[in-house]
Design a protein around this ligand. Structure first.
Ligand code: GDP
Length: 535
């Protein structure tokens, strides 16, 4: 057999046992707790210390880390890799809290599945909605985990209703709770309703609850009304057709639902099994201009995040690459699709939170960090063998806008260079308003931290300190020439309400949804389209 064919088969085989996913949730729903619980059940590959938690961060030296330390946030998207039942799981972190930014959305371009984590007491929340929107747009299937069932919360059926109503996504429970939220007795795996999984708090205050498989008749006798109610609800749901269906799940039309408590490790193993059994393996990826790159083809990878300047002494730039096809071997020289130039991968790392270690080989679904990646931009493709180029990253709906100006007019050349580069790197979106001109670009961001990064890098890297003047807009809509004309006629225009993206696409900015709607009513002739994750 030719070596190329053997490599292709190896890549396809390794791809088949990989699952690459992210957890989407609102802050405090329990993402960190769930991540730790998942890693506890699975076998973390790499250092034990790689499991990220909020406490115990290591001492680090770069400017980035300084920023992290002072604000208590994590700038780096951590990638956790662990093994479960002969599968390799890659869990990509989606930064939340204050570090919610465009990078959070971009991570979703690099996963094949998402676990939507919901707080049982709060149901769907703002950030979950935004992230779900991106999943829907990208066709990423979603597994739902209702967390904190050990605490008082809402009714299970009511939560399912909310998912169906708001997301037009059919919830199909795979586990069902015995006992209302706050009175968790156990779970029934609806595929095996002859048993109940009972969870008993471990003695001595250990966090992990003990799991016991109890036959249905015994559960009925011992748990009484709680078990009877669960059994009845399970029957009702089945009659209603709320039964897991892989095809509709993969098509993004339904979501398998799991219940549990990440803190007590309740239901976490079942979720982990679901990621292995239900989530898709890395698929063939669509190429620009049609066709796909099969996973067994020669190496290709997508740059989904670039982080600059993590190390002050090196000013290095690390590009996070999701392997899409073939085998990545450190040291190989690949082609950078955007420039057609060769790119040497001498410095390839696996990136576990703050820890870096060399990675020698990676397969479809894995993430490698390439250091010294000054030429790479978010959305870029790297490949070996036949040419591959993946479609560009979409423009995510910014919600924060500010006008940038150089502090020192004498440094306007450095200012322009810096802003252009940060725009190209995808640190912020750089918009131009016809009225203000190029001298005062409008910066647009998904999260305000992106502005902090701009201020910091402009001062330290480009020696052109900037001032940012916030603008009173919070919503962007894509528009066309008719919309632009209408916007110019409307009294809404205040200089920057009409802006252009780098590629010339027109964006209309509004203070809020109400204003956008009234503009639409007044000028129905202009196009006004949602951008992804816009609300
Ligand atoms: P994140 O912001 O989504 O990463 O949330 P964390 O994992 O930091 O959790 C937020 C808070 O909820 C912490 O105080 C956790 O201890 C708590 N928490 C997380 N999962 C559970 C759970 O299953 N039950 C209970 N009672 N508390 C939980």
């Amino acid at each position: 057999m030719s070596t190329v064919r053997a490599a292709g088969e190896r890549a396809a085989g390794e791809a088949a046992r990989r699952r690459t996913f992210a957890v989407i949730s609102h802050p405090d729903a329990g993402k960190s707790t769930l991540t730790e619980a998942l890693a506890l059940h699975a076998r973390a590959i790499g250092e034990a210390g790689a499991v990220h938690g909020k406490a115990g961060r290591r001492g680090v030296t770069s400017d980035w880390m300084e920023m992290e330390r002072t604000r208590g946030i994590s700038v780096t998207s951590a990638v956790l890799q662990f093994a479960h039942r002969d599968h390799v799981l890659n869990l990509l972190d989606t930064p939340g809290h204050a570090d919610f930014s465009e990078d959070t959305y971009r991570v979703l371009a690099a996963v094949d599945c998402a676990v939507m984590l919901i707080d049982a007491a709060k149901g769907l929340e703002e950030q979950t909605r935004k992230l779900f929107d991106v999943c829907r747009h990208r066709g990423i299937p979603v597994i739902t985990f209702v967390n904190k069932w050990d605490r008082p919360g809402r009714e299970a059926l009511e939560l399912l209703d909310e998912i169906e109503r708001e997301f037009r996504l059919k919830p199909t429970p795979v586990t069902w709770p015995v006992g209302i939220a706050g009175h968790l007795r156990g779970l029934v795996d609806v595929r095996d309703d002859a048993h109940m999984l009972r969870y008993v708090k471990a003695p001595g205050g250990a966090r992990e609850a003990k799991e016991e498989l109890v036959p249905a008749d015994r559960a009925a006798a011992e748990e009484g009304g709680d078990f009877a109610q669960a059994a009845e609800e399970i029957e009702l749901l089945a009659a209603d057709g709320a039964v897991f269906d892989r095809e509709s799940f993969l098509a993004g039309k339904s979501t398998p639902v799991f219940f549990g408590a990440a803190l007590g490790n309740v239901g976490v193993r079942l979720l982990l099994d679901a990621v292995v059994d239900m989530a898709p393996a890395p698929p063939a990826r669509e190429l620009t201009g049609g066709g796909v790159r099969p996973v067994g083809a020669a190496f290709s990878g997508l740059v989904f995040k670039v982080q600059a300047n993590m190390d002050r002494s090196h000013r290095d730039r690390i590009a996070f690459v999701r392997v899409c096809s073939g085998i990545f071997e450190r040291g190989m020289t690949v082609t950078h699709a955007a420039s057609g130039r060769p790119f040497a991968t001498k410095y390839a790392h696996s990136v576990f939170g703050q820890d870096r270690s060399s990675v020698d080989v990676a397969y479809p679904g894995d993430v490698v960090g390439l250091v010294n990646a000054a030429a790479l931009r978010v959305g870029d493709t790297l490949y070996d063998g036949p040419k591959a180029e993946f479609p560009p990253m979409p423009t995510f709906a910014p919600e924060h806008f500010a006008v940038a100006r150089p502090v020192d007019i004498g440094r306007s050349k450095q200012f322009r260079r810096g802003i252009t580069q940060l725009g190209e790197e995808g640190v912020v979106q750089v918009l131009v308003s016809d009225r203000r001109g190029e001298q005062a670009p409008v910066l647009a961001a998904v999260g305000p931290m992106q502005f902090d990064v701009v201020t910091h890098r402009m001062a330290h890297e480009f020696s052109a300190p900037v001032t940012l003047e916030p603008l009173p807009y919070h919503l962007a809509r894509a528009t066309d020439a008719a919309g632009a004309e209408a916007l110019n006629r409307s009294r809404l225009v205040r200089g920057e309400a009409l802006t252009r993206l780098r590629d010339g696409a027109l964006l209309a900015l509004f203070p809020d949804r109400w204003q956008a709607n009234s503009f639409r009513r007044e000028f129905p002739e202009g196009r006004l389209d949602h951008l992804i994750a816009a609300h």
